[in-house]
Design a protein around this ligand. Structure first.
Ligand SMILES: [Zn+2]
Ligand SMILES: [Zn+2]
Length: 407
């Protein structure tokens, strides 16, 4: 455990900045922005970080307009450890901050700045980074950032997410792959000369039907979803072009790859039966979240001892698999990571407009700041103990290895 003195300092430091931090997350709540259009959030968060002592702020990082990275370093030659926190900030179309990413934004900023303030106050060495990660909901911001090397020089990644009245240290998510499927046929008069056409709507329907019968043979937890986005303009025209989105989801990357090959066969069936050409384009793909048990246990211990949150110990009954997918999964494939869950006062789950109402309250803000303190304490302990960090990395390698046989 880090010392009580450091814990008390961080609590006081965050308490002193409480109103300022509340204003930032409420401003972001009042300006909901989606999928790589989070300009207000980007400018608000980096504006705050630029005012903090000793931080180097890089806006529009990794080739993404709304991504950013901030770094604070003290005697890295004495301690090469680099810990990192994430701030998400994108909203959902039409229903605002109904996933509470305004709270995730402020938790990352708070954790990172309080760690840096403690490092200055107590003369601690190491490096802390804050990554501003856009487009979690639809665009795979972290997937692009992983590819751009954002976590290459980082040892661990720490973030949290709000949920309706739930607290967890350990959670998992599904891997997924979102694919645009297109069929290219030939338009013709549907009554006068249908034999001159090649029916792309039929190809899409056959693909859908093939996928539907396949569902019976899937394993529990495998999910195949689809919609038709282009299915022809008029019933009296043979459809020359059709398109749809097909999503496959499963508990592991390996299993998702297996389902993708099944989907490809369904698409080929549609193509062969009708004579259409096809194109499949993967739009985004998230890996499942591999939570690092050692860091989860640190976070749980701090949250329970400092705030009496009562997060239950890790066992098979206390793992939250939130069914959906998160691009923090892709981060967890490149560095040891955690994705803690903190509660907001809501009867409904995220992605519901009523949940958005709960993410702007003082009570939810308090909960987000407590989670931020848990992140900060966990990060500081990892940064200050090279043996602990080595154990975390060893456990992570072991987890990754175990995934390889999981399909
Ligand atoms: Zn969401
Ligand atoms: Zn979310």
């Amino acid at each position: 455990m880090i010392s009580q003195e450091i814990i008390d300092f961080i609590r006081k430091d965050i308490d002193n900045r409480n109103e300022e931090l509340f204003k930032i997350q409420n401003d972001i709540w009042n300006h909901p922005e989606v999928n790589y259009k989070e300009y207000f959030a980007h400018d608000t968060l980096t504006g705050y970080m630029e005012k903090q002592k000793g931080w180097k702020v890089t806006k529009h990082a990794y080739g993404l307009e709304t991504a950013f990275v901030c770094e604070f370093s003290r005697n890295p030659e004495l301690n090469p450890a680099v810990i990192s926190f994430n701030s998400e900030f994108d909203a959902l179309p039409g229903i605002g901050h109904s996933c509470g990413h305004n709270l995730i934004a402020i938790s990352g900023v708070t954790a990172a700045t309080s760690v840096a303030n403690a490092m200055q106050k107590f003369g601690l060495s190491g490096t802390v980074k804050l990554l501003g990660t856009p487009a979690e909901e639809f665009g795979g911001g972290k997937v692009k950032m992983v590819k751009a090397g954002a976590w290459d020089s980082i040892d661990v990644s720490i973030m949290v997410h709000p949920m309706n009245r739930k607290s967890y240290s350990y959670c998992t998510s599904n891997a997924h792959s979102i694919n645009k499927v297109e069929f290219f046929g030939k338009t013709a008069h549907a009554a006068a000369a249908p034999w001159e056409g090649i029916n792309a709507l039929d190809a899409l329907v056959i693909t859908y039907n093939a996928m539907s019968v396949l569902r019976q043979q899937l394993k529990p937890g495998d999910i195949m979803q689809c919609n038709f986005s282009d299915a022809g303009e008029s019933a009296n025209i043979i459809t020359g072009y059709s398109a749809g989105t097909f999503i496959v989801r499963a508990s592991t990357r390996g299993r998702v790859n297996k389902l993708k090959s099944c989907l490809l066969n369904c698409v080929k069936a549609g193509s062969i039966a009708t004579g259409c050409d096809y194109k499949i384009e993967e739009q985004t793909s998230y890996d499942e979240l591999i939570s690092n048990e050692i860091m989860c246990e640190l976070y749980r211990t701090y949250m329970n001892s400092v705030f009496d949150i009562g997060i239950p110990p890790l066992d098979k009954n206390n793992i939250l698999n939130f069914g959906a997918s998160t691009d923090q999964g892709n981060v967890s494939y490149v560095v040891p990571a955690i994705h803690g869950i903190f509660p907001v006062d809501s009867d409904v789950s995220p992605h519901n407009p009523k949940f958005a109402e709960s993410t702007k309250t003082k009570k939810s803000h308090k909960s987000a700041l407590e989670a931020a303190m848990g992140m900060a304490f966990t990060g500081l302990e990892v940064m200050g103990d090279d043996k602990l960090l080595a154990n975390i990395k060893e456990a992570w390698k072991h987890d990754l290895e175990a995934k390889k046989s999981d399909a």
